[in-house]
Write a protein that binds this ligand. Structure first.
Ligand code: NCD
Length: 325
């Protein structure tokens, strides 16, 4: 459930009607199973509406500030598209070097500025914990679009929605996460979210890029079955969802170490011959070389559909925090 109520003005009755109204979205830990069902239902409605009418006026007059201190293609443009498809508008700050950040402005001051002009702030920042700091400074809802190696909750929500749409069931799935599990924030959020379901999690990575021990311990305490491997072949045949990630070059201290692991795992058509017929391959994207393009036409390749689902989930989240879901 959401943690902080930022809008004391909303009467109690309405708060119960719209439990996400005015709330921040900082971590997947805020979401219960029933919250997820609610997000999926709203996202599904958004999908139907986009397919039927394209753009509609649910958030007419509302303004989103999209503040990106790190590169982004999908997250920033899908949040912008989500706001515009709901009839709202967007202040985009993608190049912080052209903003007052380059003059040394602090994050809380930048946030206080943007909330004078916008109704909701989406932030991506290289430091762990930065989204929580922004949320503390703001009176308006703040949505975490990636805080360094920490979390990427909206990605995990769209990942879960993708699994839900593609495989229908969420329980009793074997999910294999492959690649950079140490620095990849998407797998940190997704593994936590999957712990709400009876998932079995396999972690396949180079030795130096293993899933952080604190996340493994956190899931262990919840009774989630987890196993670490250094090769894919043993676990591929039982896998329902293969979640591939990019080695996060920008988080390495040395280029040499990055080079030693960058090509560790590549999924291609040949390798996928060893997987089930009914399963999906996901990737938060961008991919570098972890999935060969020869697999793109396979019906199990869900990564492009996953990207589209991101639009519907982000529309749902914006509508929820702005009280219109
Ligand atoms: C991911 C991210 O930024 O963490 N990208 C995204 O939002 N789709 C994954 C990545 O950069 O590898």
């Amino acid at each position: 459930m959401p943690t902080s109520a930022k809008n004391p003005h909303l009467p109690f009755g309405d708060q119960r009607m719209a439990p996400w109204y005015g709330k921040d979205i900082i971590s997947v830990k805020q979401f219960s199973r029933s919250d997820l069902e609610y997000v999926f239902a709203v996202a599904h409605e958004m999908r139907v509406m986009v397919e039927r009418v394209g753009t509609f006026d649910l958030l007419k007059g509302k303004i989103l500030a999209n503040l990106f201190y790190e590169p982004s293609t999908r997250t920033s443009s899908s949040f912008a598209a989500a706001m515009e498809r709901l009839g709202g508008s967007v202040i985009s700050i993608n190049e912080v070097r052209y903003s007052s950040v380059a003059k040394g402005e602090s994050l809380p001051d930048t946030i206080r500025t943007l909330e004078c002009y916008a109704d909701v702030i989406v932030i991506r920042h290289p430091e762990l914990g930065s989204a929580a700091i922004a949320a503390q400074a703001a009176h308006k809802p703040v949505i975490n679009a990636g805080d360094g190696v920490g979390e990427h909750p909206t990605q995990a929500l769209l990942d879960a929605f993708t699994i839900h749409e593609e495989l229908v069931q969420m329980d009793d799935l074997t999910v294999t996460m492959l690649g950079d599990l140490k620095y990849g924030r998407t797998v940190h959020s997704l593994s936590r979210l999957l712990s709400l379901y009876n998932a079995k999690l396999n972690y396949v990575s180079p030795e130096i890029l293993r899933m952080p021990p604190e996340i493994i311990a956190e899931l262990e305490a919840k009774g989630i079955r987890q196993a670490e491997h250094n090769a894919l072949d043993k676990v591929l045949p039982e896998t329902d969802v293969l979640y591939v990630t990019r080695v996060q070059r920008e988080r390495f201290e040395s280029e040499e170490v990055y080079n030693s692991v960058k090509g560790a795992f590549v999924v291609d058509k040949n390798i996928m011959a060893g997987a089930k017929k009914k399963m999906i391959v996901m990737h938060p994207l961008p991919r570098v070389a972890e999935i060969n393009v020869d697999f793109d036409d396979d019906p199990r390749a869900a990564y492009f559909r996953q990207m589209e689902f991101g639009l519907y989930v982000r529309m749902a989240l914006l509508a929820m925090v702005l009280g219109k879901a």
